[in-house]
Design a protein. Structure first.
Length: 162
């Protein structure tokens, strides 16, 4: 029969085992968190925040000019086919010299890819890329005939079997 009330001596070996176990757990968790922090998204939006702050007024003016165009972009994705319709304020398709889409996960850079979109006969811009299920962000950059850029970001969800 087991005797649960039996008193044993607490020796230095017991204390050593407790200390090794305690600090082993702490160090293991810290290493795991450091690994995941280092392998995931860095959080950097700009490389040098001081330079970005110096360009703030210029970028704001560019954004206002871009918004004054009244262009709207709609995105559709289905089984490896990405389609973007770019329409002016009158609802008619807008023609641009070059249209590029940078597609990636919002908080992870490993799956980022660039897709050149070609104008289809419908007036939409089409490209081919395979995306997994989940949340995605596409950063669109249209180069106009005068060389100026129009930029827009869209987040969308790819569902299972889409």
């Amino acid at each position: 029969m087991l005797n649960f009330l039996r008193v044993e001596k607490f020796t230095g070996w017991h204390m050593l085992a407790i200390m090794v176990l305690f600090f082993g757990v702490i160090i293991s968790v810290n290493l795991m968190l450091a690994f995941y922090a280092n392998s995931s998204w860095t959080g950097l939006v700009v490389k040098n925040s001081y330079v970005a702050s110096q360009e703030f007024n210029e970028r704001t003016a560019e954004r206002r000019q871009q918004m004054a165009l009244g262009w709207k972009a709609d995105l559709a994705y289905d089984r490896g086919h990405l389609s973007v319709s770019l329409a002016g304020p009158d609802g008619k398709p807008v023609a641009v010299e070059r249209f590029e889409a940078v597609i990636g996960r919002p908080a992870f850079e490993a799956e980022d890819r660039s897709v050149e979109l070609a104008r289809a006969s419908t007036g939409d811009y089409d490209g081919a890329t395979t995306l997994g299920t989940g949340l995605w962000q596409v950063d669109l950059t249209a180069t106009r005939a005068d060389g100026s850029l129009w930029q827009h970001s869209i987040r969308f969800v790819v569902k299972e079997g889409q």
